[in-house]
Design a protein around this ligand. Structure first.
Ligand code: ADP
Length: 523
């Protein structure tokens, strides 16, 4: 067994206490701003940027999708990467290094998997594409002799990486790397034919390992959750929920078995991108002490979505992938009632289920000036919806963390959310008596509950303007940045490294960790 401690330690110039400096590698399918479909991209981006601030060397590896155009900041690495697949097949990929804050993105350029103009393929199996990425991670580390202390795997796309670390990598240095598997959404698990394991050059024995299979298929998320050193998800509440049958999507028994290794860390928001005081997408900036710019944003939103110009009517905005998870079918259910009973405007930005898209388009034509919608993806408009609305609707059936409710609070737009997952962890119920809260929550998954909560918010807006303003300012004053969460990830990384090295016998049972091991409270 080799000595490892020296590699982990550098001495901080500020104090004599040794500070661990880790090599961290993120593996993911999305990173903002290059390839974004949902919140995952924002999280991977923020962690890749933030961890170097804490002294860690950080890279993120992901596909170079066909729609990405290299620019002068991109460095094409001179040697191609040989990716060692099954049956002795060797695929040749081009690599790019792209600076990302003080971190680096490694883009794997392999046309037949990643060419094309979308991140994910529709109606076609995405699993071999990401199995390829996982194999490329291993080959990259070997080729460049860059051995991470922790490989941070995000969602099912990276789920085979921990399997390599525990199987094919046993004779090599990479075996020492700890792995952290983070669940951003339990619903997507990467299920495919077991033959993908052979394609990925994993041992034959994996084809029969229960920890990798679900219903006779390879389940890439399950594989990662079985093999990773530690597990996490993006809120404590969701960490508890996914251990139960209604939220576990079939993997709750495994998560209950691994409960000791599972933690929840709420995402932060990237305050460089999402800050109303500096946001370049807005027609006017504002802050908690001077909200005048927010009125101009409301005007811009009303113009953009064809709503009647009216500064006094409350605007209820929403931005979402229009899928069942987000619960916007509940809004559809009650929309006529809302229009009849309340003086409000509704602004919808999203795309997804064609039935929902059509429903919102129909509403916009039936209630001109009162309902506006933009069906599609539009980053600039998403900032204007956040800034120009008074309330933000997020009636999700489940929500691992959710970012939009946090952007909303930062922009003084009060979230109306279902009490689930990260929504419950990040939004505090308004309490008029105690003068507390940052938004409005409801529990029941029903149009009825949503209707009444919108009614309550509307009543506060019209009848208690001072309380409303106070609530808006309280929401804006919160610290929603990554700083706190990044510190918690740092602790989780140290915990994973310690567990890995001890588990492999590189640290004897009674020897202290080569760094101060933080206390990690259970969920
Ligand atoms: P999820 O990751 O489940 O989609 P989140 O609330 O965590 O939900 O994050 C969604 C992210 O995607 C936010 O940054 C949101 O602004 C963005 N987004 C979603 N749909 C659209 C859209 N149609 N146009 C612009 N941005 C969108």
């Amino acid at each position: 067994m080799g000595r490892v401690t020296v590699e982990l330690l550098v001495v901080s110039p500020m104090s004599s206490a040794p500070k661990p400096r880790l090599k961290i590698l993120h593996v993911a399918s999305e990173i903002a701003p290059h390839a974004k479909v949902g919140g995952l991209a924002d999280v991977v981006s923020a962690l890749t940027k933030t961890m170097p601030e804490l002294g860690h060397e950080t890279r993120a590896i992901l596909p170079k999708y066909g729609f990405l155009e290299p620019n002068n900041n991109w460095e094409a690495l001179p040697d191609p990467l040989a990716v060692h697949l099954g049956h002795g097949e060797v695929a040749i990929a081009q690599l790019w290094h792209v600076p990302h804050g003080k971190g680096t993105i490694v883009m794997v350029d392999y046309e037949s998997h990643y060419g094309g103009d979308t991140v994910y393929w529709f109606n076609k199996d995405n699993c071999p594409r990401y199995a390829f990425l996982c194999r490329a991670v291993i080959d990259y580390c070997h080729k460049y002799q860059w051995f991470p202390d922790v490989i941070h795997c995000h969602d099912w796309h990276s789920g085979l990486v921990p399997v390599y670390l525990n199987t094919t990598e046993v004779p090599y240095r990479l075996h020492r790397s700890a792995s952290l598997m983070t669940i951003h959404n339990m619903q997507h698990q990467g299920e495919t034919d077991v033959a993908t394991l052979t394609y990925a050059n994993l041992p034959e024995s994996c084809r029969h390992e229960a920890g990798l299979l679900q219903g006779g298929k390879l389940n890439m998320l399950k594989a990662g959750l079985t093999h990773a050193t530690k597990l996490s998800t993006v809120s404590s509440n969701y960490a508890r929920e996914i251990q139960t049958e209604p939220y576990g999507c079939g993997l709750d028994p495994l998560l209950r078995r691994r409960a000791q290794d599972l933690r929840g860390i709420l995402n932060g928001i990237d305050t460089q991108t999402w800050n109303p005081a500096t946001d370049p997408f807005l027609p006017a900036n504002y802050n908690v002490d001077d909200l005048s710019g927010k009125a101009r944003c409301k005007e811009a939103l009303q113009t953009a979505l064809g709503l009647e110009q009216n500064p006094t009517v409350p605007v209820f905005g929403t931005i979402a992938r229009l899928f069942e998870q987000k619960g916007l079918d509940l809004l559809v259910e009650i929309m006529d009632g809302l229009m009849q009973d309340m003086a409000i405007q509704v602004a919808v930005l999203g795309s997804g289920d064609p039935k929902l898209e059509t429903a919102f388009r129909d509403f916009a034509s039936r209630y001109p000036g009162r309902i506006g919608c933009y069906i599609g993806y539009n980053a600039q408009l998403s900032h204007i919806v956040e800034a120009g609305s008074d309330f933000f609707l997020m009636p999700s059936r489940f929500e691992p963390c959710g970012l939009n409710q946090m952007y909303s609070m930062a922009y003084g737009t009060l979230p109306i959310v279902r009490e689930t997952g990260g929504l419950a962890d990040s939004v505090e119920q308004y309490d008029a008596q105690l003068n507390k809260g940052s938004g409005f929550l409801f529990r029941e998954i029903s149009g009825h509950a949503l209707y009444h909560t919108i009614g309550w918010a509307c009543q506060v807006y019209y009848d208690e303007p001072e309380a409303f303003l106070e609530l808006r300012k309280r929401a804006m004053r919160q610290d929603l940045s990554w700083e706190h969460s990044a510190g918690l990830y740092h602790d989780l990384y140290l915990w994973a490294v310690d567990t890995r090295l001890r588990g492999l016998g590189y640290l004897a049972p009674n020897t202290p960790a080569p760094f101060t091991l933080p206390k990690i409270p259970a969920v």
